[in-house]
Design a protein around this ligand. Structure first.
Ligand code: FAD
Ligand code: SF4
Length: 473
Protein backbone atom coordinates (compact mmCIF):
# COMPACT_ATOMS: atom_id res chain seq x y z
CA UNK A 1 0.00 0.00 0.00
CA UNK A 2 1.29 3.47 -0.90
CA UNK A 3 2.44 5.37 2.18
CA UNK A 4 1.51 9.04 2.40
CA UNK A 5 4.16 11.70 3.22
CA UNK A 6 4.41 12.45 6.94
CA UNK A 7 3.40 16.06 7.56
CA UNK A 8 5.61 18.05 9.89
CA UNK A 9 4.03 19.81 12.89
CA UNK A 10 3.87 23.60 12.69
CA UNK A 11 2.72 26.38 15.01
CA UNK A 12 -0.72 27.60 13.89
CA UNK A 13 -0.74 30.72 11.73
CA UNK A 14 -2.87 32.73 14.21
CA UNK A 15 -0.48 32.06 17.10
CA UNK A 16 2.83 32.36 15.25
CA UNK A 17 2.22 35.81 13.73
CA UNK A 18 2.28 37.15 17.28
CA UNK A 19 5.81 35.98 18.06
CA UNK A 20 9.25 35.14 16.64
CA UNK A 21 9.32 31.51 17.84
CA UNK A 22 10.17 28.69 15.42
CA UNK A 23 7.28 27.79 13.12
CA UNK A 24 8.27 24.28 11.95
CA UNK A 25 8.47 21.90 14.90
CA UNK A 26 10.36 19.02 13.22
CA UNK A 27 9.70 15.28 13.25
CA UNK A 28 9.38 13.12 16.33
CA UNK A 29 11.25 9.79 16.24
CA UNK A 30 8.05 7.99 15.25
CA UNK A 31 7.42 10.43 12.41
CA UNK A 32 11.01 10.23 11.16
CA UNK A 33 10.78 6.42 11.11
CA UNK A 34 7.49 6.56 9.20
CA UNK A 35 8.84 9.06 6.64
CA UNK A 36 12.12 7.19 6.17
CA UNK A 37 10.19 3.98 5.51
CA UNK A 38 8.71 5.63 2.38
CA UNK A 39 12.15 5.86 0.74
CA UNK A 40 12.42 3.32 -2.08
CA UNK A 41 16.20 2.86 -1.54
CA UNK A 42 16.59 3.29 -5.29
CA UNK A 43 19.30 1.37 -7.11
CA UNK A 44 20.42 4.61 -8.77
CA UNK A 45 19.34 7.29 -6.30
CA UNK A 46 18.85 10.60 -8.07
CA UNK A 47 18.37 12.56 -4.84
CA UNK A 48 22.14 12.79 -4.21
CA UNK A 49 22.71 14.39 -7.63
CA UNK A 50 20.42 17.22 -6.46
CA UNK A 51 22.45 17.90 -3.31
CA UNK A 52 25.09 20.60 -3.92
CA UNK A 53 27.56 18.77 -1.64
CA UNK A 54 26.58 15.23 -2.62
CA UNK A 55 25.28 13.84 0.71
CA UNK A 56 24.64 10.08 0.48
CA UNK A 57 20.93 10.56 1.12
CA UNK A 58 19.84 6.99 0.46
CA UNK A 59 22.38 5.76 3.02
CA UNK A 60 21.49 8.19 5.79
CA UNK A 61 17.79 7.46 5.30
CA UNK A 62 18.52 3.74 5.43
CA UNK A 63 20.29 4.21 8.77
CA UNK A 64 17.20 5.98 10.09
CA UNK A 65 15.01 3.03 9.11
CA UNK A 66 17.38 0.87 11.20
CA UNK A 67 17.20 3.36 14.11
CA UNK A 68 20.95 3.79 13.75
CA UNK A 69 20.82 7.58 14.15
CA UNK A 70 24.49 7.89 14.96
CA UNK A 71 25.45 6.29 11.63
CA UNK A 72 22.92 8.56 9.87
CA UNK A 73 24.54 11.59 11.52
CA UNK A 74 28.05 10.63 10.47
CA UNK A 75 26.89 9.88 6.93
CA UNK A 76 25.58 13.44 6.60
CA UNK A 77 28.65 14.90 8.33
CA UNK A 78 30.92 13.38 5.68
CA UNK A 79 29.67 16.18 3.40
CA UNK A 80 27.82 18.79 5.45
CA UNK A 81 29.05 20.45 8.65
CA UNK A 82 25.77 21.86 9.94
CA UNK A 83 22.88 19.40 9.38
CA UNK A 84 20.61 21.10 11.95
CA UNK A 85 20.98 24.37 10.04
CA UNK A 86 20.68 22.90 6.53
CA UNK A 87 17.71 20.76 7.57
CA UNK A 88 15.96 24.02 8.42
CA UNK A 89 16.97 26.32 5.60
CA UNK A 90 18.03 24.26 2.55
CA UNK A 91 15.73 24.85 -0.45
CA UNK A 92 15.27 21.07 -0.74
CA UNK A 93 12.31 21.49 -3.10
CA UNK A 94 14.73 22.79 -5.76
CA UNK A 95 17.57 20.45 -4.84
CA UNK A 96 17.50 16.85 -3.52
CA UNK A 97 13.69 16.54 -3.29
CA UNK A 98 13.25 17.81 -6.84
CA UNK A 99 15.46 14.97 -8.08
CA UNK A 100 13.80 12.32 -5.86
CA UNK A 101 12.24 9.60 -8.02
CA UNK A 102 8.88 10.37 -6.37
CA UNK A 103 8.80 13.88 -7.89
CA UNK A 104 6.76 13.99 -11.07
CA UNK A 105 8.99 14.32 -14.16
CA UNK A 106 9.20 17.89 -15.44
CA UNK A 107 7.92 19.54 -12.21
CA UNK A 108 9.53 22.95 -11.61
CA UNK A 109 10.03 21.93 -7.96
CA UNK A 110 9.56 18.83 -5.78
CA UNK A 111 6.19 17.10 -5.74
CA UNK A 112 4.48 16.61 -2.40
CA UNK A 113 5.12 12.88 -2.69
CA UNK A 114 8.93 13.36 -2.74
CA UNK A 115 10.64 12.12 0.43
CA UNK A 116 10.91 14.92 3.02
CA UNK A 117 14.70 14.65 3.01
CA UNK A 118 15.19 18.02 4.72
CA UNK A 119 12.97 17.14 7.69
CA UNK A 120 14.85 13.84 8.08
CA UNK A 121 18.16 15.71 7.93
CA UNK A 122 16.93 18.13 10.59
CA UNK A 123 15.83 15.22 12.80
CA UNK A 124 19.31 13.68 12.55
CA UNK A 125 21.10 17.04 12.95
CA UNK A 126 19.14 17.72 16.14
CA UNK A 127 19.82 14.18 17.36
CA UNK A 128 23.54 14.84 16.89
CA UNK A 129 23.28 18.13 18.73
CA UNK A 130 21.23 16.72 21.62
CA UNK A 131 23.61 13.77 21.99
CA UNK A 132 26.80 15.79 21.62
CA UNK A 133 27.91 13.89 18.55
CA UNK A 134 30.64 15.40 16.47
CA UNK A 135 33.13 14.20 13.93
CA UNK A 136 36.35 13.24 15.69
CA UNK A 137 39.15 15.79 15.75
CA UNK A 138 42.09 14.85 13.54
CA UNK A 139 44.66 17.15 15.12
CA UNK A 140 48.12 16.69 13.68
CA UNK A 141 51.17 18.14 15.36
CA UNK A 142 52.59 19.37 12.04
CA UNK A 143 49.62 21.74 11.52
CA UNK A 144 49.59 23.30 14.98
CA UNK A 145 52.40 25.75 14.12
CA UNK A 146 50.25 27.41 11.42
CA UNK A 147 47.59 30.06 11.82
CA UNK A 148 44.97 30.99 9.21
CA UNK A 149 42.81 34.14 9.05
CA UNK A 150 39.16 33.68 8.07
CA UNK A 151 37.34 36.86 7.07
CA UNK A 152 33.59 36.69 7.68
CA UNK A 153 31.65 34.46 10.10
CA UNK A 154 28.79 33.37 7.82
CA UNK A 155 28.33 29.70 6.91
CA UNK A 156 31.36 29.81 4.57
CA UNK A 157 33.72 31.24 7.21
CA UNK A 158 32.39 28.97 9.98
CA UNK A 159 32.70 25.86 7.85
CA UNK A 160 36.24 26.66 6.67
CA UNK A 161 37.32 27.48 10.24
CA UNK A 162 35.87 24.22 11.59
CA UNK A 163 37.60 22.10 8.98
CA UNK A 164 40.97 23.74 9.65
CA UNK A 165 40.65 23.70 13.45
CA UNK A 166 39.83 19.98 13.45
CA UNK A 167 43.25 19.41 11.86
CA UNK A 168 44.97 21.47 14.54
CA UNK A 169 45.44 24.73 12.60
CA UNK A 170 45.00 27.85 14.72
CA UNK A 171 42.16 29.94 13.25
CA UNK A 172 41.16 33.55 13.86
CA UNK A 173 37.80 34.63 12.39
CA UNK A 174 37.51 38.37 11.72
CA UNK A 175 33.91 39.62 11.60
CA UNK A 176 32.89 43.20 10.87
CA UNK A 177 29.60 43.01 12.80
CA UNK A 178 29.35 42.77 16.59
CA UNK A 179 27.79 39.30 16.38
CA UNK A 180 28.83 36.18 14.48
CA UNK A 181 26.90 34.04 12.00
CA UNK A 182 26.52 36.30 8.95
CA UNK A 183 23.15 35.97 7.23
CA UNK A 184 22.27 33.07 9.57
CA UNK A 185 22.08 35.67 12.35
CA UNK A 186 21.21 39.01 10.77
CA UNK A 187 19.17 37.85 7.75
CA UNK A 188 17.23 34.65 8.40
CA UNK A 189 14.71 35.35 11.19
CA UNK A 190 14.65 33.18 14.33
CA UNK A 191 11.20 31.82 13.47
CA UNK A 192 13.01 29.93 10.66
CA UNK A 193 16.39 29.34 12.29
CA UNK A 194 16.46 29.75 16.08
CA UNK A 195 19.65 31.31 17.39
CA UNK A 196 20.40 28.47 19.82
CA UNK A 197 20.96 26.19 16.80
CA UNK A 198 23.53 28.63 15.39
CA UNK A 199 25.09 29.30 18.81
CA UNK A 200 25.57 25.58 19.35
CA UNK A 201 27.69 25.36 16.18
CA UNK A 202 29.67 28.51 17.05
CA UNK A 203 30.34 27.27 20.59
CA UNK A 204 31.59 23.98 19.17
CA UNK A 205 34.09 25.90 17.03
CA UNK A 206 35.20 27.84 20.10
CA UNK A 207 35.78 24.52 21.89
CA UNK A 208 37.94 23.47 18.94
CA UNK A 209 40.04 26.58 19.61
CA UNK A 210 38.69 28.93 16.91
CA UNK A 211 39.10 32.55 18.01
CA UNK A 212 36.39 35.10 17.04
CA UNK A 213 37.35 38.76 16.61
CA UNK A 214 34.20 40.84 16.10
CA UNK A 215 33.80 44.52 15.12
CA UNK A 216 36.79 44.10 12.84
CA UNK A 217 36.50 45.15 9.19
CA UNK A 218 39.32 43.64 7.17
CA UNK A 219 40.23 46.00 4.35
CA UNK A 220 39.91 49.02 6.70
CA UNK A 221 41.22 48.02 10.12
CA UNK A 222 43.84 45.81 8.50
CA UNK A 223 44.73 44.97 4.90
CA UNK A 224 44.91 41.39 3.64
CA UNK A 225 48.66 41.65 3.06
CA UNK A 226 49.17 42.84 6.66
CA UNK A 227 47.61 39.56 7.80
CA UNK A 228 50.42 37.70 6.04
CA UNK A 229 53.09 39.91 7.58
CA UNK A 230 51.55 39.14 11.00
CA UNK A 231 52.25 35.46 10.47
CA UNK A 232 49.04 34.06 9.00
CA UNK A 233 49.91 31.32 6.51
CA UNK A 234 46.70 31.67 4.48
CA UNK A 235 43.58 33.83 4.34
CA UNK A 236 40.04 32.64 3.57
CA UNK A 237 37.55 35.25 2.36
CA UNK A 238 33.93 34.46 3.25
CA UNK A 239 32.64 37.99 2.80
CA UNK A 240 29.14 37.13 1.53
CA UNK A 241 26.99 39.39 -0.61
CA UNK A 242 25.88 42.04 1.83
CA UNK A 243 25.18 45.06 -0.38
CA UNK A 244 21.54 45.57 -1.35
CA UNK A 245 20.29 46.42 -4.85
CA UNK A 246 17.69 49.13 -5.34
CA UNK A 247 14.97 49.78 -7.92
CA UNK A 248 16.38 53.10 -9.15
CA UNK A 249 12.93 54.71 -9.42
CA UNK A 250 11.81 58.23 -8.37
CA UNK A 251 10.97 58.73 -4.71
CA UNK A 252 13.02 55.73 -3.55
CA UNK A 253 14.92 57.91 -1.04
CA UNK A 254 11.75 58.75 0.90
CA UNK A 255 11.58 58.01 4.62
CA UNK A 256 10.39 54.53 5.69
CA UNK A 257 11.76 52.84 2.58
CA UNK A 258 14.28 50.25 3.74
CA UNK A 259 16.77 48.04 1.97
CA UNK A 260 16.18 44.41 2.92
CA UNK A 261 19.52 44.33 4.79
CA UNK A 262 18.70 47.31 6.95
CA UNK A 263 15.20 46.09 7.72
CA UNK A 264 16.19 42.54 8.68
CA UNK A 265 19.35 43.64 10.50
CA UNK A 266 17.38 46.11 12.59
CA UNK A 267 14.88 43.45 13.58
CA UNK A 268 17.02 40.30 13.85
CA UNK A 269 20.40 41.64 14.95
CA UNK A 270 19.33 44.78 16.83
CA UNK A 271 16.06 43.33 18.27
CA UNK A 272 13.86 46.15 16.92
CA UNK A 273 10.83 44.00 17.70
CA UNK A 274 11.62 44.52 21.37
CA UNK A 275 11.85 48.34 21.11
CA UNK A 276 12.07 50.29 23.49
CA UNK A 277 13.73 47.53 25.58
CA UNK A 278 16.31 47.53 22.75
CA UNK A 279 17.18 50.90 21.29
CA UNK A 280 16.76 50.32 17.53
CA UNK A 281 13.21 51.00 16.29
CA UNK A 282 11.41 50.10 13.06
CA UNK A 283 8.62 52.51 12.35
CA UNK A 284 6.21 49.82 11.17
CA UNK A 285 3.27 51.10 9.14
CA UNK A 286 -0.34 50.08 8.47
CA UNK A 287 0.25 49.52 4.74
CA UNK A 288 3.48 47.60 4.26
CA UNK A 289 4.78 46.71 0.80
CA UNK A 290 7.64 44.30 0.12
CA UNK A 291 9.18 44.36 -3.37
CA UNK A 292 10.77 41.07 -4.54
CA UNK A 293 10.16 37.34 -4.84
CA UNK A 294 13.11 35.62 -3.13
CA UNK A 295 13.80 34.38 0.39
CA UNK A 296 14.76 37.89 1.44
CA UNK A 297 11.32 39.16 0.37
CA UNK A 298 9.49 36.34 2.18
CA UNK A 299 11.51 36.88 5.36
CA UNK A 300 10.89 40.63 5.25
CA UNK A 301 7.15 40.15 4.70
CA UNK A 302 6.78 37.67 7.54
CA UNK A 303 8.83 39.88 9.88
CA UNK A 304 6.76 42.96 8.92
CA UNK A 305 3.51 41.10 9.56
CA UNK A 306 4.72 40.11 13.03
CA UNK A 307 5.70 43.71 13.77
CA UNK A 308 2.20 44.86 12.71
CA UNK A 309 0.65 42.26 15.01
CA UNK A 310 2.89 43.26 17.95
CA UNK A 311 1.96 46.89 17.40
CA UNK A 312 -1.77 46.02 17.36
CA UNK A 313 -2.25 47.09 13.73
CA UNK A 314 -4.48 45.18 11.31
CA UNK A 315 -2.36 42.67 9.35
CA UNK A 316 -1.76 44.34 6.01
CA UNK A 317 1.50 43.33 4.31
CA UNK A 318 1.66 42.84 0.54
CA UNK A 319 4.42 41.33 -1.59
CA UNK A 320 4.85 42.82 -5.06
CA UNK A 321 6.54 40.60 -7.62
CA UNK A 322 7.07 41.30 -11.30
CA UNK A 323 6.62 37.70 -12.45
CA UNK A 324 4.15 35.00 -11.31
CA UNK A 325 4.27 32.70 -8.30
CA UNK A 326 5.86 29.87 -10.36
CA UNK A 327 8.93 32.00 -11.11
CA UNK A 328 9.41 33.12 -7.49
CA UNK A 329 12.88 32.03 -6.36
CA UNK A 330 11.80 31.82 -2.68
CA UNK A 331 11.46 28.45 -1.00
CA UNK A 332 7.97 26.99 -1.58
CA UNK A 333 7.60 26.36 2.15
CA UNK A 334 8.17 30.04 2.91
CA UNK A 335 5.62 31.10 0.27
CA UNK A 336 3.05 28.72 1.76
CA UNK A 337 3.79 29.92 5.29
CA UNK A 338 3.50 33.54 4.18
CA UNK A 339 0.11 32.88 2.59
CA UNK A 340 -1.17 30.99 5.65
CA UNK A 341 -0.13 33.93 7.83
CA UNK A 342 -2.20 36.33 5.74
CA UNK A 343 0.39 38.01 3.54
CA UNK A 344 -1.10 39.24 0.27
CA UNK A 345 0.58 38.90 -3.13
CA UNK A 346 0.42 41.15 -6.17
CA UNK A 347 1.93 39.22 -9.09
CA UNK A 348 2.97 40.66 -12.47
CA UNK A 349 3.37 44.10 -10.93
CA UNK A 350 6.37 46.47 -11.17
CA UNK A 351 6.99 49.58 -9.05
CA UNK A 352 7.20 52.84 -11.02
CA UNK A 353 7.42 55.69 -8.52
CA UNK A 354 7.12 56.33 -4.77
CA UNK A 355 5.05 59.33 -3.64
CA UNK A 356 5.92 60.96 -0.30
CA UNK A 357 4.05 63.49 1.91
CA UNK A 358 5.32 67.02 2.72
CA UNK A 359 7.59 65.64 5.49
CA UNK A 360 9.20 63.19 3.05
CA UNK A 361 7.50 60.02 4.37
CA UNK A 362 6.39 57.50 1.76
CA UNK A 363 2.61 57.43 1.22
CA UNK A 364 1.95 55.63 -2.05
CA UNK A 365 3.59 53.44 -4.65
CA UNK A 366 2.61 53.87 -8.28
CA UNK A 367 2.82 50.51 -10.06
CA UNK A 368 2.55 49.09 -13.56
CA UNK A 369 1.09 45.74 -14.54
CA UNK A 370 3.20 43.37 -16.59
CA UNK A 371 2.83 40.11 -18.55
CA UNK A 372 5.33 37.34 -19.18
CA UNK A 373 7.37 37.51 -22.39
CA UNK A 374 10.25 35.43 -23.74
CA UNK A 375 12.67 33.68 -21.32
CA UNK A 376 15.76 35.68 -20.28
CA UNK A 377 19.33 34.38 -19.71
CA UNK A 378 18.21 32.74 -16.43
CA UNK A 379 15.58 30.74 -18.33
CA UNK A 380 12.73 32.53 -16.54
CA UNK A 381 10.18 34.36 -18.66
CA UNK A 382 10.89 38.08 -18.80
CA UNK A 383 8.22 40.44 -17.42
CA UNK A 384 6.99 42.92 -20.05
CA UNK A 385 5.24 46.11 -18.93
CA UNK A 386 1.66 46.68 -20.10
CA UNK A 387 1.45 50.31 -21.28
CA UNK A 388 -1.22 52.46 -19.59
CA UNK A 389 -1.74 49.95 -16.74
CA UNK A 390 -0.75 52.34 -13.93
CA UNK A 391 -2.37 51.95 -10.51
CA UNK A 392 -1.60 53.07 -6.94
CA UNK A 393 -1.08 51.18 -3.70
CA UNK A 394 -1.12 52.76 -0.22
CA UNK A 395 2.29 52.42 1.37
CA UNK A 396 3.70 53.72 4.65
CA UNK A 397 6.64 51.31 4.85
CA UNK A 398 8.37 49.55 1.99
CA UNK A 399 11.20 47.00 1.95
CA UNK A 400 13.20 46.65 -1.27
CA UNK A 401 14.29 42.99 -1.53
CA UNK A 402 15.44 42.71 -5.14
CA UNK A 403 18.93 41.28 -4.84
CA UNK A 404 22.27 41.49 -3.05
CA UNK A 405 25.77 42.17 -4.35
CA UNK A 406 29.33 41.73 -3.13
CA UNK A 407 30.62 44.25 -0.60
CA UNK A 408 33.54 46.11 -2.23
CA UNK A 409 35.41 47.41 0.85
CA UNK A 410 37.96 44.62 1.14
CA UNK A 411 38.08 44.10 -2.63
CA UNK A 412 38.90 47.75 -3.32
CA UNK A 413 41.60 47.68 -0.66
CA UNK A 414 43.20 44.58 -2.23
CA UNK A 415 44.30 45.63 -5.74
CA UNK A 416 45.73 42.24 -6.82
CA UNK A 417 42.48 40.43 -6.05
CA UNK A 418 40.84 39.67 -9.40
CA UNK A 419 37.05 39.96 -9.68
CA UNK A 420 34.50 39.24 -12.42
CA UNK A 421 31.95 41.57 -14.01
CA UNK A 422 29.66 41.20 -10.96
CA UNK A 423 32.60 42.17 -8.69
CA UNK A 424 32.66 38.64 -7.23
CA UNK A 425 36.08 37.20 -6.39
CA UNK A 426 37.50 34.92 -9.12
CA UNK A 427 38.87 31.61 -7.83
CA UNK A 428 40.19 28.38 -9.28
CA UNK A 429 37.09 26.16 -9.07
CA UNK A 430 39.08 23.18 -7.77
CA UNK A 431 41.33 24.79 -5.16
CA UNK A 432 39.19 27.90 -4.42
CA UNK A 433 42.43 29.92 -4.49
CA UNK A 434 42.12 33.50 -5.74
CA UNK A 435 44.52 35.47 -7.94
CA UNK A 436 46.62 36.09 -4.80
CA UNK A 437 48.67 33.11 -3.63
CA UNK A 438 47.51 31.95 -0.21
CA UNK A 439 44.20 33.85 -0.40
CA UNK A 440 41.19 31.55 -0.83
CA UNK A 441 37.50 32.44 -1.07
CA UNK A 442 34.07 30.79 -0.97
CA UNK A 443 30.37 31.42 -0.42
CA UNK A 444 28.35 34.31 -1.86
CA UNK A 445 31.50 36.38 -2.52
CA UNK A 446 32.39 33.82 -5.19
CA UNK A 447 29.15 32.65 -6.74
CA UNK A 448 26.94 35.66 -6.01
CA UNK A 449 23.76 35.17 -3.99
CA UNK A 450 23.56 31.43 -3.34
CA UNK A 451 22.54 29.07 -0.58
CA UNK A 452 23.92 28.07 2.80
CA UNK A 453 24.86 24.58 1.63
CA UNK A 454 26.61 25.94 -1.48
CA UNK A 455 28.63 28.35 0.69
CA UNK A 456 29.63 25.49 2.97
CA UNK A 457 30.57 23.25 0.04
CA UNK A 458 32.96 25.88 -1.34
CA UNK A 459 34.44 26.55 2.10
CA UNK A 460 35.12 22.86 2.69
CA UNK A 461 36.95 22.66 -0.64
CA UNK A 462 39.03 25.72 0.27
CA UNK A 463 39.90 24.25 3.67
CA UNK A 464 41.10 21.05 1.99
CA UNK A 465 43.31 23.10 -0.35
CA UNK A 466 44.74 25.11 2.55
CA UNK A 467 45.53 21.89 4.42
CA UNK A 468 47.16 20.55 1.25
CA UNK A 469 49.28 23.65 0.94
CA UNK A 470 50.32 23.64 4.60
CA UNK A 471 51.26 19.95 4.34
CA UNK A 472 53.84 20.84 1.71
CA UNK A 473 55.57 23.45 3.85
P1 FAD B 1 27.30 35.66 4.74
O1 FAD B 1 26.34 34.78 5.43
O2 FAD B 1 26.78 36.89 4.10
O3 FAD B 1 28.43 36.07 5.78
C1 FAD B 1 29.46 36.98 5.44
C2 FAD B 1 29.99 37.61 6.70
O4 FAD B 1 31.19 38.33 6.39
C3 FAD B 1 29.04 38.65 7.31
O5 FAD B 1 28.86 38.36 8.66
C4 FAD B 1 29.75 39.98 7.08
O6 FAD B 1 29.47 40.90 8.12
C5 FAD B 1 31.21 39.56 7.09
N1 FAD B 1 32.11 40.46 6.36
C6 FAD B 1 31.93 40.96 5.10
N2 FAD B 1 32.99 41.73 4.75
C7 FAD B 1 33.86 41.70 5.80
C8 FAD B 1 35.13 42.30 6.03
N3 FAD B 1 35.72 43.04 5.11
N4 FAD B 1 35.73 42.09 7.24
C9 FAD B 1 35.14 41.32 8.19
N5 FAD B 1 33.92 40.72 8.01
C10 FAD B 1 33.30 40.90 6.83
N6 FAD B 1 20.03 30.34 1.83
C11 FAD B 1 19.49 29.12 2.03
O7 FAD B 1 20.12 28.10 1.74
N7 FAD B 1 18.23 29.00 2.57
C12 FAD B 1 17.51 30.06 2.97
O8 FAD B 1 16.39 29.90 3.45
C13 FAD B 1 18.07 31.36 2.80
N8 FAD B 1 17.41 32.48 3.22
C14 FAD B 1 18.02 33.68 3.13
C15 FAD B 1 17.37 34.79 3.68
C16 FAD B 1 17.98 36.04 3.64
C17 FAD B 1 17.29 37.21 4.26
C18 FAD B 1 19.26 36.18 3.00
C19 FAD B 1 19.92 37.52 2.94
C20 FAD B 1 19.89 35.09 2.44
C21 FAD B 1 19.29 33.83 2.52
N9 FAD B 1 19.91 32.69 2.01
C22 FAD B 1 19.36 31.45 2.20
C23 FAD B 1 21.24 32.77 1.37
C24 FAD B 1 22.34 32.36 2.35
O9 FAD B 1 22.09 32.90 3.61
C25 FAD B 1 23.71 32.80 1.82
O10 FAD B 1 23.92 32.14 0.58
C26 FAD B 1 24.83 32.43 2.80
O11 FAD B 1 24.63 33.04 4.05
C27 FAD B 1 26.19 32.86 2.24
O12 FAD B 1 27.16 32.58 3.21
P2 FAD B 1 28.52 33.41 3.30
O13 FAD B 1 29.27 32.84 4.46
O14 FAD B 1 29.15 33.42 1.97
O15 FAD B 1 28.08 34.91 3.57
FE1 SF4 C 1 14.84 7.62 -1.51
FE2 SF4 C 1 13.93 9.52 -3.30
FE3 SF4 C 1 16.58 9.10 -2.96
FE4 SF4 C 1 15.07 7.19 -4.16
S1 SF4 C 1 15.48 9.27 -4.95
S2 SF4 C 1 16.70 6.89 -2.60
S3 SF4 C 1 13.13 7.43 -3.01
S4 SF4 C 1 15.13 9.89 -1.39
Amino acid sequence: MKKEPVKVKEASAEIRVGNFAEVVQGYSEEEALAESSRCLQCKNPLCTSGCPVGIDIKKFIYHITQKNYQAAYFTIREKSNFPSICGRVCPAEYQCRKECILTKKGSPFASEQAINIHFLERFIGDYGKNNNLNVPEEKEERFTKFKVAVVGSGPAGLCCAGELARKGVKVDIFESLHKTGGVLRYGIPPFRLPWDILDFEINYLKKLGVNFITNFLVGKAKAVKELFSEGYSAVFLGLGAGVPSFLGIPGENSCNIYSVNEFLTRVNLMSAYKFPEFHTPVNIGKHVLIVGGGNTAMDSARVALRLQKLKGYPLNTTVIYRRTEVEMPARRLEIEHAKEEGIKFEFLVQPKEFIADEQGFVKKLICLKSKLGEPDSSGRRRPVIIEGSEFELDCDLCVIAVGLKANQILINATPDLKTDKYSDVIVDSESMESSIKGVFAGGDIVGGEGTVIEAMGMAKKAAQSIIGELSGR
